[in-house]
Design a protein around this ligand. Structure first.
Ligand code: ADP
Length: 425
């Protein structure tokens, strides 16, 4: 199936229902071109004769329903053709969801709310992407909600968010939208750091996402695709049940794990369908280090964009200590016996604590809240955006922040995130 040209450029002849998988581990880049036939990358169609560039870290599968010839120039570290893929099952799943959208359109009711669950590295995010791409290719405008605080695919790590999807993901850059995402600040890399807060964040995101759904007829019938994090045991499982309830989920797609599938069958409302799907053999496991690097990358991209392709130019601004309205949500749990009468120790975890600015703020990400009254509505509001502390000057009583906007927003409530970013520019 491989007809070689030069060592650096090679044609791959794919039969129907096969996919070409490649990974780039080294600092090299490779170019991909569809020479004939039809092919797609996680549901986005490749344009014939267009050259797409992929960089270090790319883990890609190009699938064809009809057969195609793909040229690769450069040398990926891994590259092979796979004949066994779950794509037909994913397509059938899409068709079933599509039928629910058509019904919703006819009756002017709410379309399917689909949640994708499974352990880490089973292709949850990838399946979300495929299903969303198929939906927009048919003219729908679904919402993607991402509950994975570890990666922060929509915004930055430490948040959960929803994004209206209006067009297929770009082959090289993924989903981007003219419209701002709805972002909820959580402030930590894992849900178990503050389970109480994570739970509230999910409820808030569900509320504002369902509200957004109702604003537009086409989005209403298109529904929501919800991505979740890979923590599926114990409290992590409870978070999945909570999310299913808050988002009023109609369909849960369980990737790879039969035990989880059976537990959900037992525990969810009868009105919610639970479907088991296999994972793709191509899904690549990511190490702790890869995850940490991709977190860093996400924050860098938030401020600086993608170099060469779509760079951004953030601003550096000073804010006086006295102008800062800085808080963090949650404090270490004390034993109940140390709490004021009538207060549970876990209440501490969702309480707002004012923070005195000081040197320890350096490198921390701060979220700008839409809340007007911090004590009352921080937990019920989404955030405007983020800044990152690049300097603390105790003598002058100022902090310097990296900001996408040229001026600080006056009077805005800032929320401290555990996440840090070292600005090396
Ligand atoms: P999860 O969301 O379950 O953690 P992802 O969808 O992020 O998993 O997949 C993990 C990695 O595997 C990603 O880098 C993704 O691009 C890659 N991947 C997914 N499906 C395939 C496939 N069929 N072939 C090659 N790589 C894949």
């Amino acid at each position: 199936t491989e007809t070689g040209n030069s060592k650096e450029s090679k044609d791959y002849n794919l039969e129907k229902d096969c996919e070409l998988r490649f990974e780039i581990e080294s600092k090299s880049q490779i170019k991909v071109e569809l020479k004939s036939g039809f092919a797609e990358l996680y549901g986005t169609e490749l344009v014939k004769s267009k050259k797409y560039t992929f960089y270090q870290g790319a883990k890609v599968a190009i699938f064809t329903y009809q057969g195609c010839v793909i040229n690769i120039s450069g040398s990926p570290d891994v590259c092979y053709i796979a004949r066994e893929t779950p794509m037909i099952q994913y397509l059938n799943t899409h068709s079933a969801i599509e039928q629910m959208r058509v019904n919703a359109e006819e009756r002017e009711t709410c379309g399917p709310k689909v949640m994708i669950v499974g352990p880490t590295d089973v292709g949850k995010s990838t399946l979300c992407k495929i299903l969303l791409n198929y939906a927009v290719r048919l003219g729908h405008r679904p919402i993607l909600s991402d509950l994975d605080v570890g990666q922060g695919n929509i915004s930055i790590p430490g948040t959960i968010a929803s994004l209206l999807i209006e067009r297929p993901a770009s082959i090289e850059e993924g989903f981007f939208s003219q419209l701002a995402p709805l972002v909820i600040h959580y402030g930590h890399k894992t849900p178990d750091f503050n389970n109480e807060l994570y739970k509230i964040c999910i409820s808030t995101l569900a509320d504002i996402t369902l509200e957004r759904l109702n604003e537009d007829k086409r989005t209403l019938s298109s529904g929501i695709i919800i991505n979740t994090c890979g923590w599926v045991k114990g409290q992590g499982y409870q978070h999945l049940l909570h999310a299913a309830k808050e988002f009023k989920v109609d369909v849960i797609l369980v990737l790879d794990q039969e035990r989880l599938y059976n537990e959900l069958l037992r525990d969810v409302d009868a009105g919610c369908k639970v479907v088991f799907l296999p994972k793709s053999g191509g899904v690549v496991e990511r190490s702790q280090q890869t995850r940490a690097e991709s977190r860093d990358q996400r924050i860098r991209e938030y401020f600086y964009g993608v170099p060469l392709r779509s760079p951004l130019y953030p601003h550096s601004i000073d804010i006086k200590f006295s102008d800062l309205k800085l808080y963090k949500i949650g404090a270490p749990v004390l034993p109940d016996s140390c709490m004021p009468l009538g207060m549970k120790a876990t209440d501490n975890m969702t309480k707002l604590w004012p923070i005195q600015p000081g040197p320890s703020l350096i490198h921390h990400v701060l979220a700008l809240s839409f809340a007007e009254n911090p004590e009352q509505d921080v937990l019920k509001k989404n955030v405007i955006g983020f800044v990152c502390v690049t300097n603390v000057d105790v003598e002058r009583q100022t902090i310097t922040v990296l900001s996408p906007q040229p001026r600080p927003l006056p009077n805005v409530v800032l929320l401290l995130s555990e996440l840090q970013f070292i600005d090396s520019h």
